[in-house]
Ligand binder design. Structure first.
Ligand SMILES: [Zn+2]
Length: 440
């Protein structure tokens, strides 16, 4: 099978490449790209005029909910959702039931994600940093690494003891294993459900202060600095957290961080109608935070964009705001929200947009992804994005089992229209109609 993507804007930050040209995928590999390619014998030539040809997108922060929470999402539905969102590689978080703290569970994830009914994307598991995500005793991280984890995390149950986190980082630096940390000092935030401030006071809801996030970001950055352990900070949300990370990087700490689309697109004002779809941790903050987060995205302090895809069943979110779980789905809205709110507003160039969504996350966890360069990935990972496509996000039409999205009904500009991971794993119907040139 030979497919030619013709006359697109090829964007590959790994090669500092931004050019108009064509790309050839044959027998699951990129074999050639450039201004002129050999299209002879192609089974299909696809006109990509006006479209981006990018490395397959990489999401470091996805909850697939399996094992144990299949009423929310499964590895099959979650990976299909990823493919439709333009992703070819995703990392799945360990806070499942049971948590991913043993090699047999990692084997299970690998097997299920490679099954024929799954979405065809690579799934790189993140292991539980402590047994049962309980925050005290470290998991057998050496065995987990051998089984294939790419990082370790306690995600939504962040380690509160500075001593345990220090031991964890000392261990992980020996194993060359990055730690992904959700930063929350829970003595400050316990029982809270939105950003603490005038808005929470007005609504009569218990707030989660920004200091809860910032103190833990600072603590973890300091332990990283002094142990040398690679630290990736999950979903930053406050200007203070960003300033801590900026300082840690300046001091030479091996620290990176991500942001989620809801944190750069929505403020605490959205909570005003008590809609549980807007409940997340860390909570939606303020416009002042967003202004500085945008600056940090464009100056590189924030390394990448992740979805924190957090599926819940309808009955779990159709409850009073205080009782609702934290989190929202995201895999199929990230590209649209990012292009609409960052690229089309001049915050990120097209090349920098692709860097945040693909190359940078791949480099952070040293995943074989994030570039179209032949031979640098096990198979071709390519995503075609229509940056000008205007569409309305309808979560009911997504592949995810869950429908808890704060972006429902939002008008977006930009969409992933085709995803290839070895072979083609997703094609948008609109793209099929408009762009197909010939089938040999
Ligand atoms: Zn998460």
């Amino acid at each position: 099978m030979k497919t030619v993507l013709k006359n697109g804007r090829i964007l590959d930050p790994a090669q500092d490449l931004d050019m108009v040209g064509s790309l050839v995928v044959e027998d699951d590999q990129v074999i050639e790209f450039g201004a002129k390619v050999d299209a002879r014998g192609a089974d299909e030539v696809i006109d990509c005029t006006g479209l981006w040809i990018a490395p397959g997108l990489v999401d470091l922060h996805v909850h697939l909910r399996e094992p144990g929470e299949e009423h929310r999402e499964t590895i099959v539905s979650g990976t299909q959702s990823a493919a439709a969102g333009g992703y070819t590689t995703i990392c799945c978080m360990p806070n499942t039931n049971p948590p991913l703290d043993s090699p047999s569970l990692i084997d299970f994830i690998m097997d299920r994600s490679a099954s024929p009914e799954a979405g065809g994307v690579f799934v790189a598991p993140v292991g539980a940093l402590t047994l049962g995500n309980r925050g005290d005793q470290l998991s057998d991280l050496a065995a987990l690494k051998k089984a294939g984890i790419v990082a370790a995390s306690d995600e939504e149950a962040p380690i509160q003891s500075a001593l345990v986190m220090t031991r964890a980082m000392e261990t992980c630096v020996q194993l060359d294993l990055p730690i992904m940390a959700h930063c929350e000092e829970t003595s400050l935030s316990d029982g809270g459900c939105m950003n603490e401030g005038a808005m929470s006071a007005m609504l009569g809801l218990k707030g989660m202060p920004r200091t809860s996030e910032e103190i833990m970001v600072m603590r973890n950055c300091l332990i990283s600095l002094h142990t040398g352990c690679q630290l990736h900070i999950l979903r930053v949300s406050t200007w203070g957290a960003v300033e801590m990370i900026r300082q840690a990087k300046y001091l030479g700490a091996p620290v990176t961080c991500e942001i989620c689309p809801h944190h750069f697109s929505l403020t605490e004002d959205a909570v005003g109608e008590f809609n549980p779809l807007f409940k997340t941790t860390p909570p939606l903050r303020t416009q002042v935070d967003i202004d500085i987060l945008l600056q940090a995205l464009s100056d590189g302090t924030i390394d990448c964009i992740a979805s924190d895809h957090s599926p819940y069943a309808n009955y779990e979110v159709q409850v009073p705001f205080e009782e609702a779980p934290f989190g929202m789905v995201g895999l199929e809205s990230v590209v649209g929200v990012t292009l609409t709110n960052l690229t089309h507003r001049g915050i990120l160039s097209p090349l920098e947009t692709v860097r945040k969504l693909s190359t940078a996350p791949a480099q952070i966890l040293r995943l074989e992804a994030g570039t179209i360069k032949p031979g640098d990935t096990p198979v071709a990972q390519v995503t075609v994005i229509d940056p000008e496509l205007e569409w309305t996000f309808d979560v009911q039409k997504t592949f995810s089992k869950a429908k808890n999205s704060p972006f429902q009904g939002m008008k977006l500009k930009g969409k992933a229209v085709m995803t290839m991971c070895g072979s083609e794993i997703y094609r948008d119907a609109r793209f099929d109609g408009r762009r197909l040139v010939s089938v040999g």
